[in-house]
Design a protein around this ligand. Structure first.
Ligand code: AMP
Length: 446
């Protein structure tokens, strides 16, 4: 199938061609015709599948038909979990829509209000924003959703994980019931299905099995480690690899992110840190430096790195394993972008045995172990894997019921309180269990 067969207008076809896209990805060829026909969508698609264009091209096509405007009342609203992802979406939108006269505005948390008020006064057709700030503007009266025609939720699962459920409900409450809703999520469990069930009207269900595809292009390895010092030595060895074009190094906490970046910088690497405590300006600058190749190594937390789409990233290094298996998939998806090959190297100490067990069950294979001569571990990992998602994760101690804040063993708070995920019973609407093809694992319920 070609883009021309998707009934897109010539101005959009031209924009797509200039992006170098020749054929639609599976999510695009399935979602675009349905969205253009005005249907609601419930789409399960991982990052890297081309989902941004899948919702943005139909939205831009709608906006190409002019209507009378009102200040602060967009026709399309895209909600995303993080500022980085919002920026990325807007950038892609500008590219796809470069031959259209669409007005865009970004409503991001952590940014000054004044410019956002001004942008809303300029009657944007399309707003991309993070839920908290969008709700702020609704409450201040600067944003009016009464004319909303399309509501897009991108990475809805992540928005729920980050505690934006109430904000999403508030947005839904203010949007016209006749709107079209395009709901994108990487995973669909009961909580998601519940939310989707309340938001969508007779949605078309699209399920793109992007996960396996992503993995095939990415070589994955694991180093068993004894201690943090051991990890640091392995990291030092790994980053000296000439094969690395650019790498993202993931660590669990903001504090670690800074200290690792400092250590690597002292070793002579072009490195920067990226985490949620940095100002938006500093984050933008870091991402620009990464994109332009001024930095080679980026040490980041999960939240900050969400949505980074830089095709030159050849390696992802997990200095710490993520608490949840889905985050592992998101992390390694930062490499192997747009069909390129990638390498994902993880380190795990005995305290991370349970997290490793969850990841391996989730992806359906064990990570090949690798040993660096001279840096061999002196002991193996705990032989007992986690039995389910509520099992001990990093510290070895079970989390108490209601303890939503996942902590790393000794080094401060995580980037955001991860939602505790437990087993759930029957779904409200049909959904695909993320555990369907594996035994056990973290993935089923939230
Ligand atoms: P996304 O899943 O929207 O983050 O897109 C992942 C990557 O695929 C981005 O780098 C896009 O620019 C790229 N991409 C999206 N659609 C296509 C397409 N039809 N052909 C080639 N690359 C694409």
């Amino acid at each position: 199938m070609s883009f021309a067969e998707l009934s897109l207008i010539p101005a959009l076809l031209k924009g797509i061609e200039e992006c170098g896209y020749t054929t639609p990805t599976p999510i695009q060829s399935r979602a675009i015709p349905e969205a253009l026909a005005g249907r609601d969508l419930l789409a399960s698609a991982q990052t890297g599948t081309g989902k941004t264009a899948a919702f943005m091209l139909p939205a831009l096509q709608l906006l190409s038909e002019p209507v009378a405007k009102r200040r602060g009342a967009p026709r399309v609203l895209v909600l995303t979990p993080t500022r980085e992802l919002a920026n990325q979406i807007l950038e892609a939108t500008r590219t796809y829509g470069r031959h259209l006269r669409t007005r865009y505005s970004l409503l991001l948390g952590g940014m000054p209000y004044r410019e956002q008020f001004k942008a809303l006064q300029d009657s944007p057709d399309l707003v991309v924003g993070t839920p908290g700030r969008v709700v702020d503007h609704l409450q201040r009266g600067s944003l009016d959703l009464s004319r909303l025609e399309i509501l897009v939720l991108d990475e809805a699962d992540r928005m729920l994980d980050m505690g934006f459920k109430d904000d999403l409900e508030k947005v839904i409450g203010k949007a016209p019931s006749g709107r079209q809703t395009l709901f994108f999520t990487a995973t669909l469990d009961r909580a998601m299905a519940d939310l989707a069930g309340r938001m969508l009207r007779e949605p078309v269900r699209i399920d793109i099995g992007g996960r396996q595809k992503t993995h095939d292009a990415i070589e994955q390895r694991l180093h068993v480690t004894d201690s943090r010092q051991h990890k640091e030595k392995i990291l030092q060895h790994l980053v000296a690899d000439k094969e690395i074009n650019q790498a993202i190094i993931f660590s669990a906490t903001k504090r670690d992110t800074d200290s690792l970046a400092r250590e690597l910088s002292a070793q002579g690497h072009r490195v920067a840190a990226l985490h949620g405590d940095m100002s938006q300006q500093a984050r933008n600058r870091t991402l620009r430096d990464l994109r332009q190749g001024r930095i080679k190594l980026l040490v980041a937390t999960d939240v900050a790195a969400r949505g980074i789409d830089v095709t030159s990233i050849s390696h992802v290094i997990n200095f710490d394993l993520p608490m949840f298996a889905e985050d592992y998939v998101h992390r390694i998806g930062r490499t192997g972008r747009a069909g390129a090959a990638g390498t994902a190297i993880s380190m795990a100490s005995a305290a991370e045995t349970a997290a490793l067990g969850r990841i391996e069950r989730y992806i359906g294979k064990s990570l090949p172990r690798q040993v660096i001569p001279g840096l061999e571990p002196t002991r193996g990992l705990d032989a007992r894997p986690a039995r389910n998602s509520r099992g001990p994760a990093r510290s070895g101690a079970p989390r108490k019921p209601g303890d939503r804040s996942a902590r790393s063993p000794e080094r401060g708070k995580r980037e955001f309180p991860a939602k505790q995920r437990g087993e759930r019973s029957a779904p409200i609407i049909e959904y695909r269990s993320r555990r369907s093809d594996h035994q056990g694992g973290v993935a089923t319920g939230r």
